[in-house]
Design a protein around this ligand. Structure first.
Ligand code: 5GP
Ligand code: ZN
Length: 114
């Protein structure tokens, strides 16, 4: 995806503060953090949103969630707790159309979300 900002981050064409990377996943700090810890986890492969995930992506999605848990531990927010967010589509509040999961922590979260 040529004009996708997260594809560019995955290819290191745009700088980011990378927290984790393997062949399929990259995690980097959100440029506009909503909490003391705010990391975005994306597949390197361009997938528009959770709506575009198919059966072949099941392992990838599991790997991302597992990795979020591991990184939360490394960032020392596990014990206090944290939140994982996926905004899907326009009513879901998605602004970047490359599938991503937010890991936010370091402050008390509220419910329901805004
Ligand atoms: P969404 O609203 O789509 O769920 O989340 C998109 C997130 O990407 C936002 O929290 C926004 O701050 C973050 N973001 C947008 N552009 C960039 C960028 O160029 N670099 C980084 N690190 N984060 C970005
Ligand atoms: Zn993309």
């Amino acid at each position: 995806m040529e004009d996708c900002i997260f594809c560019k981050i995955a290819k290191k064409e745009i700088p980011s503060e990378i927290v984790y990377e393997d062949e399929k996943i990259i995690a980097f700090k959100d440029i506009n953090p909503a909490a003391p810890t705010h990391v975005l986890f994306i597949p390197k492969e361009h997938i528009d949103s959770l709506n575009s995930v198919d059966v072949n992506h099941k392992e990838l999605i599991g790997d991302i969630i597992f990795r979020i848990k591991e990184v939360a531990k490394e960032l020392k927010i596990s014990e206090d707790g944290y939140r994982i967010v996926n905004n899907c589509g326009s009513l879901g509040g998605q602004t970047v159309n490359h599938l991503h999961f937010h890991l936010v922590g370091g402050r008390q979260m509220q419910w329901p979300p805004g």
